[in-house]
Write a new protein. Structure first.
Ligand code: CUK
Ligand code: CUA
Ligand code: CA
Length: 656
């Protein structure tokens, strides 16, 4: 990053200013390198040398640390890092990571930070055949735009507790929202959100259950966006959308003033609240930074539903989604002025407060949900009075997490720190009491965006772990060319002071993640596919209509120029050793894995034909293509499934 464009960003090798409470860790030790007491001194010193570009020193230390790690792996837990999970043992938490620009979701285990699985969502993926199989294409839709830009993964809740049904995530790049099933960890629905552009903030309704999935349209556009009002920004607008998480239909939309960034829901199921950084309605950076205050916009769900029920809405263009007017002055919304270009917004797990993070202001604004009740009930007039404290926390506050013990942890992008502060003390200080609400500032490496605490967005916030999702890694890892990995750092927050435990390099850019205790998921996750699973039910039904039982039949059916090839897979053989088609045929190959054994996955690849997909135990998968090249084309199994895996193959014979 150049100094011209980011003059506010402190050189990360320079220690930050002294902090008000707790010990200042300075350049945090690389806990991963410190595997036993004997090397602590050496590794610590060389760790600092690495930060100061001592490349050779760093190489030496990495070597000795690796040796020491191997030596201690089998030893007792004493002296091992807190994130150490011995071989064969399971992690305590699932980390559900946004895959950012990759368009996928990633599953991690915590505290080890081991990556467990990638779940393609908006992106083509040739491991699973996402974007190749007919089953995935039905979900991706006919216009499958390659890729997505994922920011905010959130799991369904019931009464403020995770319920392990679905995870939802936004695609800012193509204005979509996807749903991922938690039982098989596969995307099963994607909805295009009409009338808006760029879905950014996404959260789920917490009570009584999800319910609605709330999604912010970020950028303002003409309405309808069909070529009119091209350069007349005064006529641009955006909307807040509520998607029915059960049907994946857009239930309603609310026109707002300004734009919308992140969003959050309360714990009572009554409100959603979004930050707006562009109350100015500007189209340039300078214009968007003019006002000293922007807004938190609160949406009154009951009133919006009432308006829709009464028919007090319009529709736009070809969309049938009811659109209500929630602009400034509407009884459906509340505009709370807060400083300045706010970004993240996070509800505290006690259900009482929601905190908006100031970004260009060194403050966070604490808003009390009960005061929002009072304002909508007409008990006071000035929406500012819902702000019960506005503590100064540091430079560039972006997102806040909670430990369930009354403390909040806010990322400071510009300061490259996490600041721990106490909510009750901040409110007391706002009321004039002499009390220091700041608890500690911890350096992170570097420039954090979101952070997330274990169970911290639910009533079950347990205050054990915090991850800081840092946008820059600079000198922390072996070089990978001009594109660096992000650095997701693990922090122990179980004690009075935060302790940095591990660095986690990740492929760009997991804006956000949630940490879900495994007790909410273990009994919900399937080990083999149900043969009647809806994911491939349409494929199985098509076969049935042709008189084919996919679990036992191996046959080729010709219908004019269309050829349907059905085969089973059971290690180490496909049900057909060859099949014959004619050049120009439209060929659909359907493969069913009849191995009932956990973890025996097969793949099906037709060489030089662009067909490759995975079939896990119990699954049926299919792909359709045109046999446009005559000749012999071997198909083979791509997942190592058996000692005779290499022999698991057959021939597609394409007649000229
Ligand atoms: S985020 Cu989407 S710009 Cu701070 Cu929730 Cu990174
Ligand atoms: Cu089946 Cu390899
Ligand atoms: Ca602004």
């Amino acid at each position: 990053m150049s100094d011209e464009t980011n003059h506010n960003v402190r050189d990360p090798t320079t220690p930050p200013a002294a902090t008000p409470a707790g010990e200042q860790p300075g350049n945090p030790a690389r806990r991963k390198f410190i595997r036993e007491a004997a090397v602590v001194g050496v590794a610590g010193a060389a760790g600092l040398a690495l930060a100061a570009c001592g490349k050779q020193e760093a190489g030496k230390v990495a070597g000795s640390a690796a040796t020491s790690a191997a030596a201690t792996t089998a030893s007792a837990a004493k002296g091992l890092p807190e994130d150490y999970v011995p071989p064969g043992q399971l992690d305590e938490y699932f980390g559900i990571w946004s895959g950012g620009q990759s368009g996928e979701i990633r599953l991690l285990g915590l505290p080890s930070m081991r990556e467990l699985m990638r779940v393609p969502v908006f992106n083509p993926d040739f491991t699973i055949g996402w974007g190749v199989t007919n089953e995935s294409k039905r979900i991706l839709g006919p216009n499958f735009p390659p890729g997505g830009d994922c920011h905010h993964p959130h799991m369904t809740q019931t009464d403020g507790h995770y319920d392990g049904r679905y995870v939802f995530i936004n695609d800012k790049a193509h204005t979509r929202v996807a749903r991922i099933r938690c039982d098989v960890w596969r995307c099963d629905r994607i909805v295009d959100v009409p009338n808006v552009q760029a879905i950014h903030g996404l959260r789920v309704q917490r009570a009584p259950r999800t319910g609605y999935v709330f999604a912010n349209g970020e950028d303002q556009v003409p309405s309808p966006n069909d070529g009119r009002d091209l350069d007349d920004p005064k006529k641009y607008q955006t909307m807040f959308s509520a998607i029915d998480g059960d049907t994946m239909n857009v239930a309603w939309q609310v026109i707002v003033d300004g734009n919308l960034d992140n969003t959050e829901a309360d714990y009572a199921g009554k409100y959603a609240a979004s930050t707006c950084y562009n109350s100015e309605g500007g189209v340039t950076l300078a214009e968007m930074m003019q006002a000293e205050r922007d807004w938190v916009v609160v949406f009154n769900i009951a009133r919006i539903e009432e308006a829709v029920k009464k028919g007090d809405f319009k529709t736009i263009g070809s969309s049938k989604v009811p659109v209500v007017d929630g602009r400034h002055g509407s009884p459906l919304t509340m505009y709370i002025p807060i400083p300045k270009n706010p970004h993240g917004i996070n509800a505290s797990p006690d259900g009482k407060y929601v905190v908006a993070n100031g970004k260009l202001s060194p403050t966070v604004s604490i808003i009390e949900w009960a005061k929002i009740d009072d304002w909508f009930d007409g008990k006071f007039k000035d929406p500012r009075d819902a702000v019960v404290a506005e503590p100064e926390v540091g430079l560039g506050p972006l997102h806040t997490a909670y430990d369930g013990r009354g403390n909040a942890y806010t990322t400071l992008f510009i300061d490259s720190q996490i600041v721990k502060w106490n909510i009750a003390d901040a409110i007391a200080a706002h009321g004039g009491k002499k009390v220091n609400y700041l608890r500690q500032k911890l350096d992170v490496a570097y420039q954090p965006g979101h952070n997330h605490s274990s169970m911290g967005e639910t009533r079950d916030a347990d205050g054990k772990w915090l991850v800081s999702l840092n946008k820059f890694s600079k000198d922390r890892f072996l070089p990978t060319g001009p594109l660096h990995p992000d650095n997701d750092q693990l922090i122990d927050i179980s004690g009075d002071t935060m302790k940095l435990v591990a660095d986690g390099p990740v492929y760009a850019e997991p804006h956000d993640a949630v940490l879900v205790h495994k007790r909410f998921l273990m009994d919900k996750i399937k080990k083999v596919w149900d043969v009647n699973d809806p994911f491939f039910a349409e494929t199985v039904a098509l076969a049935k209509s042709q008189g084919v039982n996919v679990r036992s039949d191996n046959k080729v059916i010709r219908q004019g120029k269309k050829v349907f090839v059905y085969m089973t897979s059971a290690a180490p053989v496909f049900g057909l050793t060859d099949f014959k088609v004619k050049k120009g045929d439209e060929v659909t190959v359907t493969v069913t894995n009849i191995d009932p054994i956990e973890d025996v996955t097969h793949g099906f690849c037709i060489t030089n034909y662009g067909i490759n997909f995975e079939i896990s135990p119990g699954a049926t998968a299919s792909a359709t293509f045109t046999a446009d090249k005559p000749g012999v084309y071997w198909y083979y199994c791509t997942f190592f499934c058996h000692a005779l895996h290499m022999e698991m193959k057959g021939r597609m014979l394409v007649e000229a």
